[in-house]
Design a protein around this ligand. Structure first.
Ligand code: THU
Length: 136
């Protein structure tokens, strides 16, 4: 699967966003080593703090299905009604969740960087010196 295809899948996931408070809709598409795709969207809450980001939704769905090995995640986000063609970078909490299950040297985070244009980063670039399972 190309990075652009993965971004298109994240845009599909974004349609399910539940964001009545921020009106910021985020979608994620997580690719496993076995070739499966997991979709995630942000899920907000009237009490605000229980809000779950799209990236973590995708990871928790996959891990709870027994998946443990991941290749890449695409993330798109923008205000309701917009195309989500500019970069939406994962928050710090989501980067830490990625650190738990992914190799920071190889796992890639794919972002939209303009219409039909993508950019990707290794996890270690977005979370330098991250603390993970190998740190203990
Ligand atoms: N959000 C995500 O789902 N992922 C990100 O990478 C950035 C932020 C969500 C959380 C909240 O529902 C909304 O976007 C605004 O912060």
């Amino acid at each position: 699967m190309t990075d652009l295809q993965l971004i298109k899948e994240a845009k599909i996931a974004r349609r399910r966003a539940y964001s009545p408070y921020s009106h910021f809709q985020v979608g994620a598409a997580l690719l496993t080593k076995s070739g499966k795709l997991y979709y995630g969207c942000n899920i907000e809450n009237a009490s605000y703090t229980p809000t779950n980001c799209a990236e973590r939704t995708a990871f928790f769905k996959a891990v709870s299905d027994g998946e443990r090995e991941f290749v890449a995640i695409a993330v798109v986000g923008d205000i309701e009604g917009r195309e989500a063609d500019k970069m939406c970078t994962p928050c710090g909490v989501c980067r830490q969740v990625m650190m738990e299950f992914c190799d920071p040297e190889s796992f890639r985070i794919v972002l939209s960087n303009g219409r039909d244009s993508t950019i990707s980063y290794k996890l270690k670039e977005l979370l330098p010196l991250g603390f993970g399972p190998d740190s203990m």
